[in-house]
Design a protein around this ligand. Sequence first.
Ligand code: A4P
Ligand code: MG
Length: 179
Amino acid sequence: MTVAWLGIGANLGDARQTLKDAVVCLAQQHTLTVVAKSSLYRTAPIDAGGDDYYNCVVKVETSLDGHALLALCQRVEHHFGRERPFRNAPRTLDIDILLYGNVSIDETDLVVPHPRMTGRAFALVPLVEIDPELVIPGLGPASAFLAAVADQRIEKVKPLCQCMGAAPAPDTPPAGNCR
Ligand code: A4P
Ligand code: MG
């Protein structure tokens, strides 16, 4: 089993809901296990136009090699209606492999660590949320790159569901909007 880190983003359609559904979809794959998920973040587009993005990161354990994992990510993107009219076009779903084990891969269709991740708050902040000590192979601690992206707007999205908060008082009725 290899530990991999996937960066998930969307800024077209109901992007927030798509991210949640995509994580569920990934979790249902028999070739990987989602072992951790960051909060959802609303982020300013970087090197791209269009609406704000929603981004998150998941940590997975997988039996797939890097290329098979990339193919799986692209199948899931396709399932959620991903189209590629031009580079960095707004998208219903993007799933990038940020890290794959401790290895570096440099091939035409797969570069890992993801070559632009250290310059992007939307990748670094959720990664460091899950693992503050995370080391990017060949580059050093992920947290060391945060200062340089501090000017990129990123805000944690409050969950609609209150289940994660403190336990309610015993006489509090259920909120009824958990989804
Ligand atoms: N590819 C190579 N390495 C990888 C990898 N590690 N993971 C190849 C995934 N794919 C990889 O990908 C283009 C090609 O990259 C694929 O054919 C694959 O073989 P794509 O999914 O079609 O397009 P992409 O992900 O948009 O491309 P790219 O160049 O990775 O874009 P970036 O740099 O990831 O930028 N702003 C905010 N706030 N949030 C975002 O999520 N995303 C982008 C995309 C720009 N600005 C953003 C966000
Ligand atoms: Mg991509």
